[in-house]
Design a binder for this molecule. Sequence first.
Ligand code: 5U1
Length: 688
Amino acid sequence: MADTARRHAELVARIRDANHRYYQLDAPDITDAEYDLLLRELEALETAHPQLVQANSPSQRVGDAPSGKFAQVRHALPMLSLANAFSDTEVAEFVERIERETGDDLPAFSVEPKLDGLAISLRYEHGMFVRGATRGDGSTGEDVTANLRTVKSIPMQLATGLFPPEVLEVRGEIIMPRADFEAYNARARAEGRKPLANPRNGAAGSLRQLDAAVTAQRPLTFYAYALGEVQGADLPATHSQTLQWLRQLGFPVSPEVGTAAGLTGLLAYYKSIGERRDGLPYDIDGVVYKLDRFDRQQEMGFVSRAPRWAIAHKFPAEEARTTVEAIEVNVGRTGAVTPWVQMTPVQVGGVTVSRATLHNADQIARLDVRVGDSVIIRRAGDVIPEVVRVVESARRPPDSVPWQMPAHCPDCGSAIEREAGEVVARCTGGLFCPAQRVQAVVHFASRRAMDIEGLGERFAQDLVTFGLIQTVADLYRLQVADFLEMKRRADARDDSTPATVKAGKIADKWAQNLVAAIEASRNTTLERLLFALGISDVGESTAKTLARHFGSLDALMAADEAALQQVPDIGPVVAAHILHFFAQSHNREVIAELRAHGVRWTEGAPQRASDGPLSGKTVVLTGALESMSRDEAGAKLEALGARVSGSVSKKTALLIAGQAAGSKLAKAQDLGLEVWDEAQLLAFLAAQ
Ligand code: 5U1
């Protein structure tokens, strides 16, 4: 029994440490599978020896039996809400009020992202987690303790050492990180379960499950941002120091929090977070400014439920309600048919939009969107606006039926088909379909492909419509006169011929520029050409890998399935797409014509990743890179033979540290590993 108890204690300590490394240090030292094994061993031990189970054991965090109904919890100190500011002027008024009433010039503020999740309060007594509650009405919330025990980033025990505060209440937000939300929904869809509407609803809905075992299956995390009742602790003098202290106690605090002085500082923070918003791992709906000094907070006091010393500066709303006027479909480069709605124009995310995507037929069926419906649309950052849900279907005529994917392509009349197991329906017209041809030209000319400046969707459309080109190879035959002819016919069609043209003056500088841009694209690289050809699933990174691996287009075209699958990251699906592409005679003809028109690309000796300069080396990327995303950098390193890993260990050969690199950099330095900054990475890549 002594051995069993010792093993139990070891497992508890090891799992707690793994949770701490994963959630607080961002530096896991064991894999998910190893973690699961430890947890399973602990559970088996506790099943065999129930007397070993403690309320705060990591095993208790995977869920409890259904509780039936939540008990009510009266908050010792009310959970406050925040006043909102929707403009710089409102923020200026807030700062002026504080300056006037406290007499401080340039007061210091704690500045924080406003996480879009569910506010909760966690109560610790003598260092142990005893209760967690939702905000409820601010005075009384729901007891969701069992569910919160399943959220691994919430410490069950404070890291205070010997003298924990008698009482410590910590307030913060439960959220579902975006990547976890996407992964959860992808799995839910694949298994035929209902996906979550958005990360916020996901977080709130998951936490309020009656069965904590369900909550345990949801990828929730917690960030702390304030205190509630505290007894038996000396608090720091400012809010920002308190956040630091909370970090030391084991609570996750957003790495985006900081301090700023005066109105200029606050607005600069708002701008900076706004610019980085799409790259943050979680959804935020604004930022929060809190007067930093606690004595000054006391002076400012409260109005009703909101403090006068804090304010939420909100981003423009990302969701809006509007009416569906029509449902249409678009045909993309690969024939994918995407339904979209034409809607009454509406302001969302700071711009006016009148179209939103419906993604695919499954999505329409799930939402049951019909013409006349009132819908909620969402536009986050640069993302294409999408329909989130139908809010009112009362205006539908009684005989209205669910929308159906058309049987034929609106552009070429070919059959639209959907293969078993695929979510996407496709037009079967291939390059016979003008819509696919137009999109193939737009992609071919795009900046990261052949980089033909000025050749966008409108010109590609007109060139195809007026029969001036059939394939991308025909672009290299075009003369200034062809573009002028295209423009003349487009103006006549649109009844928009300029008066100067009618008077016989024809501007042709733009056409000369286009011809020159096409000319300039004649000399390119193999990887750009491969990307430009638009083979399904061959993005920039795969094109680069293929170019390096095969060295020449002829070698790639001659490769069979086995040879393709030798290439890192090329699986059976991508290999099949490549084989299919080159097996089609019209694609081979286009390549022959490109060559005949003098299009040339760099070719070299094949370079296999297995004999690349980084083969056998494990590389870790951390922090933000300026010149590329971490994924792009990872793909480049992998193409040179590296194994890219997410965590630093003794086996790591090299750490590449971008801006704001944190614990991984510290660990690499501790281990004495080689560390490069972005400039060293770029110099190395350029030398390859
Ligand atoms: N970051 C942050 N979000 N948030 C929400 N801080 C913060 N503070 C809040 C709320 C409701 O209330 C304070 C007044 C404690």
